[in-house]
Design a binder for this molecule. Sequence first.
Ligand SMILES: *[C@@H]1O[C@H](CO)[C@@H](O)[C@H](O)[C@H]1NC(C)=O
Ligand SMILES: *[C@@H]1O[C@H](CO)[C@@H](O)[C@H](O)[C@H]1NC(C)=O
Ligand SMILES: *[C@@H]1O[C@H](CO)[C@@H](O)[C@H](O)[C@H]1NC(C)=O
Ligand SMILES: *[C@@H]1O[C@H](CO)[C@@H](O)[C@H](O)[C@H]1NC(C)=O
Length: 722
Amino acid sequence: MEQNRALVILILLIIFFFPDGQGPDRSKEAINEIAHERYSLDVLRNSTFGHPGNLTGLLTDAPTPPGQVREKWRGIRAKLLKSFAEPLLAKRGAEVEEVLRPRKSGATVYRNATGSVLGRWKKQEFPDLPTTAQSNVTYPSNLTALDAGKLMLSIEDTTEAAKESGLVEVKMALRIRDEDGGSVVDVMLNGVHFSETGEMVAATTSERFAGIFALPHFMLHEKEYNQSKALLLPSIEKVVEKMEATRYMDAPWLTGIDGMPLSEEPQCEYIAYIQLHPVDPLFEHRPGMHTDTKIIMQEIEREMRFPTGSSLPPPPPLEATVMVYSPNCGVVLVADELEGQKVEPFYSQASHLGLGAAAVAALQIWILIRQMNDSNTLSTISRVSFWTITMMAVVDGYFFFTFMIVAIFLRACFLPMVAASFCYLMLSAVFGMRFLVSTYKVQRQSAPLAPAAPPPPPPATAPSDGLPLPATAVPQTPVIIPPTATATAVTDDEVNAEISALHTRFYFALIAILFFSLHAATWPPFYRDILVHLVLLIINSYWIPQIYRNIMRGCRKALRWEFVLGTSICRLAGVGYIYLYPGNIFHSATNPMAVFIIASWVGLQIIALLVQDIFGPRFLIPSHSLPQVYDYHCPLPATDEEAAQEMGTPTDDGRMRSFDCVVCMQTVDVPVAGAADGRDGLLGRRGYMVTPCRHVFHSHCLEGWMRFRLQCPICRTPLPAL
Ligand SMILES: *[C@@H]1O[C@H](CO)[C@@H](O)[C@H](O)[C@H]1NC(C)=O
Ligand SMILES: *[C@@H]1O[C@H](CO)[C@@H](O)[C@H](O)[C@H]1NC(C)=O
Ligand SMILES: *[C@@H]1O[C@H](CO)[C@@H](O)[C@H](O)[C@H]1NC(C)=O
Ligand SMILES: *[C@@H]1O[C@H](CO)[C@@H](O)[C@H](O)[C@H]1NC(C)=O
């Protein structure tokens, strides 16, 4: 059964992930398309500036983008560059002259823009913007209905800079969102990057829009047109030749940044103009440092990419201004304060995160091992809640998969991510699972069999004050289940079969959760946020099953305090990182409220455990609705003559009785019931324990003894587990 299910899921995964083969029909289609690409390439080769010719999706008689849009970008860019130069000149006078003099061609920018920036966009109103696309059909797009939102741009420089022009081919993922971060547009653009000046022009390419072939025509000046045409012609030529040879459509402008084919939904086409902001040319001067900003920036970039440990100023942030124009939907968006970072600092941050996660997981492994050493007897292990351990193991297993996937996709951080993933694997599948299995085994074998052993009704002769009867009388046997009483319990084989099913279920649950979370990532942000917060609350409820088990079994001290506190803190650390640290790697906004709620929720559970430890597991819980368990801390009656003889010597004031504790050979004082000073109260009674066979011990003595034997140290009567 389990195997069949596994097979079905495996087959589904294969169908899902493997590309379908190139059938004969597909290949014919591909030949047509490749011929069309060849045609478009020739059109570009024979075109002159301002006359794009017969390219898919473009009008031949109107410039794309139209004049107003070009003017707009020219204005934005000039204003931007001026705004960077002016304050510097004004503020720093002669010094600036000194620093700026060696620079000939404008401001200093990052030459390699591989990285990502994000910020806000605003729609620009143009009174009568002509459409410059052949089909002026406006596709149903949410974008045209919005006025502002958030924008994220991931840039990747894919080739080395060309010799004379310094031109680089660039690929970028543009993500335009509404105010709340709802998914609106997710497109891939290809284009060119003038690495000297930091300007980029890129466009989408699809069956309806030959963006990459028309790209040189989107330039504002003829010089740039010639430079970009010189760069693009040979590179497109190479791709088309390769496609003609393999008959496979794997052009870089048709695949996403991750190499996956793009979805073919009707959408707006986009042309993006980007200008990187110049960096502040006045770095803090250090001895031995070059005074030319350009050279310092080159050194910084080299140091980021190939770290040697040389002393340089910290890398400035990556900032950009973007204008996005859609020729067929007729919208113009401007985002002028995009901020982000180059990919190298991001990688090092991700690596630190991976190492931090590995350290936290290793600490948890250590705490867990100490707890497992502590819970190594039947009596102690049967107190531990199976579900508490399961919840932790599932969450850790999820972290294992997550770090594994990140390690595969983020090659630059492979080692730290694999280390984190390995630690979580150990924590979840090795130690967590072992603890889980031993807990399950013990509890399954000693589980009460309801029909076979119903709790006997309290004997009719039982004194009304709840005093346990002497061992000679009918013993008050609540639910005494000696762990060895397996005569009627399940056999080892059955338990082993159940345990292997448990493993299977565990891993399938993990995979199911993984796929569900991938799916949930595409939900609208409102529902996604609700889900995330709900899930955070649920996975941080791991002490609840333990509290419940303590109540139902009347036991306490199942887990060491070191384990409870250590695990809680380690697990809250991740929440703290995401919601309290503003520079977190997920760019998520800080949310101290969420941290407060989750931390209080965990704190509340810990307090519940503490109260159970001090006042007894059923403190404040009405006991009539719970299964009956033997109360070791029952009060002693004051006026029971027979018992009085048997039960120790009264102290002088008659309020206490003294017994000898055979474990530590010291006397134990027990307040009698009804003592006027209230020393028979809840706390007073927690100092001693009375066994069902009416022997009295110090609590800590008998608890220590019962970790190893569930027998009375005096008369060897089986004792109910704590
Ligand atoms: C433009 O190209 C399309 C297909 O690429 C072709 O069908 C059409 O005839 C061409 N138009 C002109 C005027 O060359
Ligand atoms: C574009 O839209 C205008 C009206 O807005 C219409 O007159 C024209 O025919 C359309 N052009 C195409 C190619 O559909
Ligand atoms: C965005 O599009 C989706 C469907 O694609 C639609 O359900 C939703 O209402 C749209 N939102 C806006 C603001 O237009
Ligand atoms: C830019 O930097 C990235 C990340 O270090 C690197 O992968 C890429 O090759 C660089 N591109 C160029 C053109 O140097």
